[in-house]
Design a binder for this molecule. Sequence first.
Ligand SMILES: [Zn+2]
Length: 190
Amino acid sequence: MFSSVADVLITGIAGVSIKELVAVLFPHLARVCVDQVFRSGASVRIRARTATSEAKCPGCGALSQRRHSHYERRLSDTAVGNQEVLIHLRVHRFWCPNDACDKKTFAEQVPGLTVRYGRRSITAGEALGDIVLALVGRAGARLAERLAAAVSRMTLTRLIRNLPAPPSRLRRCWAWTTSPCGAAESTARS
Ligand SMILES: [Zn+2]
């Protein structure tokens, strides 16, 4: 838990704010508000939250501004400095405004960061996808643990089975601005 005496709060490095560090190292967190970055044991934890006021229902496409609740998702992210990174992301659940829709409530997704039911960030999923395409089995699991996130051989095998085709990788250039919640926002250009 966050209150563990083993936790170390990372407040920044002389001359560089934590906001600047997070913006550079974690561009995929540009759409969320990062509240805390801290170390817990051997892993780096990032506590973040969304600041969205509306979301689109994945069932019918209706736009909802009516929040139902919020909850925490835990996402495994790509490693930084050979350290495992876990994101504790607070997201909202919304009511669907369409009475005819099967979904009464739905969870919001963060573009570029989350997918429905995903336990990894999209970045980590892409990194694992690249690894499984190049290297499957025990060696792949070892490399994945070092470069991305700890996964089993069976998970890698499942991932490669689920891959429709080798993903096309876009070269992205990121431009930073500041959002109302204090997190950096980015503009992707392919
Ligand atoms: Zn709906």
